[in-house]
Design a protein. Sequence first.
Length: 306
Amino acid sequence: MESVDYSVQGTVFDIQRFSIHDGPGIRTIVFLKGCPLRCKWCSNPESQQYYPEVLYRKQLCIGCKACQGACPKQAIVDSNPYWIDRTLCDNCAECTMVCPTSALSMKGKLMTVEEVVKELRKDATQYFRSNGGITLSGGEALTQPRFAKEIFKACKAQGWHTAIETEGYYDTKIVKEIMPYIDLVLLDIKSVNPEQHKKFTGVDNEKIKESAKVIQSIANTTVRVPTIPGFNASEEDIRGIAEFVKENMPNVHEVHLLPYHNYGQGKYELLGREYELENTPKIPEEEMEMYKKIVESKGLTCIIGG
Ligand code: SF4
Ligand code: SF4
């Protein structure tokens, strides 16, 4: 069996247990920090930066100003609606140590592979009982390729099913190195239109299209399409994605359409950021059914949600 380097470190911002949405069975999801995309609808904005970040929950703040005295950058100012001037803050965490109510807290911490596996082991019985396993998510987990690879290797050594939620924006060299350790890839294809993709995610989609072809040739892959009003929620866009999958990803048989939701909106406020899709409406069920039929018309199985 290939040896695992349990000492490799990476930045994790959450570990969620008992998930039933991110792969088969009951799963533990490990969220890694860092993402090269800036999708306007991102429901995990706290995942995007590669470093731990300070969050401010104004509902918990009692206005004691202890944080102001502790901040070496004078970044906490009365006039700022979120208190923290993010142009000054370097996320040193000093303020979180004096805050009496946990209104200030850090998101993200360095962990070793050994520490992650120790957490995962707590749920191992569930993995075997439910045919579940572990899923790496983010952010984009493969922006920490060495850390992700060693976690996957460690999980395979335990006999656990492995999955990843990924957006495919990395070199095919990484795909070839890591995919052999992954049992299921849940790969986002957001749009096949390069300009539109860049406008809504911050990057163009050439690299993703190339990765997608290689990923599906190595690992069991399901395509997921976040379906977003004003971005790709149109007959033309969904048809374009389904055609891309059919023509370029012959081993993919299932596409999941994920209807837009705004569950992550509150987190933008904690980070002192603006949520650009405010007031974006949900997509009516009939419209999602129409998109489903378009995907099915290309000979693919389509599930709404997933
Ligand atoms: S994290 Fe550090 S720099 Fe940022 S507001 Fe808190 S004390 Fe100031
Ligand atoms: S230390 Fe905490 S509770 Fe006190 S003013 Fe700062 S954020 Fe608010």
